[in-house]
Design a binder for this molecule. Structure first.
Ligand code: ADP
Ligand code: MG
Length: 240
């Protein structure tokens, strides 16, 4: 296993946002994480990266126990995420934003620049390398968010709704990028409400509802699961 999440719990006051959740991610796998708004998906990502401190359970990356490590240490070990609302440094060029990610692996500016340029190519942002991030469209800001994470050379990349707000053609483009990353052997956890995308790209899916894992399995099995249809997909989904 690349990552093992074991009985992780997070409470905010009286609310249990993540309740005793366990799952594993194998090397090279794309794991889809779905569930209604407020189900605890982003919180789970925040727990895996130690951005939030868990109230119980543990997370293992290969043999490393991630609990108690600073988020920058977790990133150095190779577990990196995008944020649901991207917050680039607006006044500096796109390329420099990506170099900030690359500086996790090198303190040589020329090397960081080379990594950033290569990463921009991968997400089709090369034409925008020199413009300030402020001028990027929603789609390109999502690509920048991915590029900054990719430039850290992660072992596990966790994408939190990078397709939200994109039109169908832009979603296809994002799916192409994910397939290319998969072909390079990158392991990913993908949170996405666009079911067409999640079902298409995921090897396996974990479903959260009210902080609890209610289903796990292959996309076809999960989308036919009565609990999942009731909690999330809705009755119309099977017909559609
Ligand atoms: P999802 O990403 O699945 O939409 P979240 O993980 O963002 O859900 O949120 C799960 C629950 O935890 C929600 O009820 C949310 O309001 C709550 N929550 C998330 N982060 C915090 C926080 N920092 N403080 C208090 N409550 C939070
Ligand atoms: Mg979320």
């Amino acid at each position: 296993m690349l990552l093992s999440v074991e009985g992780v719990t997070k409470r905010f006051g009286g609310l249990t946002a993540v309740n005793n959740v366990s799952f594993q991610i194998q090397p090279g796998e794309i794991l889809g994480l779905i569930g209604p708004n407020g189900a605890g998906k982003s919180t789970l990502v925040n727990l895996i990266t130690n951005y939030y401190r868990a109230d119980g359970g543990r997370v293992l990356l290969e043999d490393h126990d991630l609990v108690g490590l600073k988020p920058n240490r977790v990133a150095a070990l190779g577990v990196v995420r995008t944020f649901q609302s991207s917050k680039p440094f607006l006044d500096i060029p796109t390329l420099d934003n990506v170099m900030i990610g690359a500086f996790l692996r090198t303190d040589n500016p020329a090397k960081a620049r080379a990594i950033a340029e290569e990463t921009l190519e991968l997400v089709h942002l090369t034409p925008f390398a020199r413009v300030p991030a402020r001028s990027l469209t929603v789609q390109n800001r999502k690509r920048l968010e991915m590029a900054r994470a990719l430039a850290t050379r992660p072992k596990l990349l966790m994408l939190d709704e990078v397709m939200a707000g994109l039109n169908p053609r832009e979603i296809d483009d994002a799916l192409d990028t994910l397939r290319q990353l998969r072909a390079k052997g990158l392991t990913m956890l993908v949170i996405e409400h666009v079911m067409r995308a999640t079902m298409n790209i995921s090897d396996r899916i974990v479903v959260l509802d009210h902080g609890e894992k209610i289903a796990e399995g292959a996309p076809a099995a999960v989308s036919a699961d009565q609990k999942v249809i009731e909690a999330y997909l809705g009755r119309g989904y099977r017909h559609a």
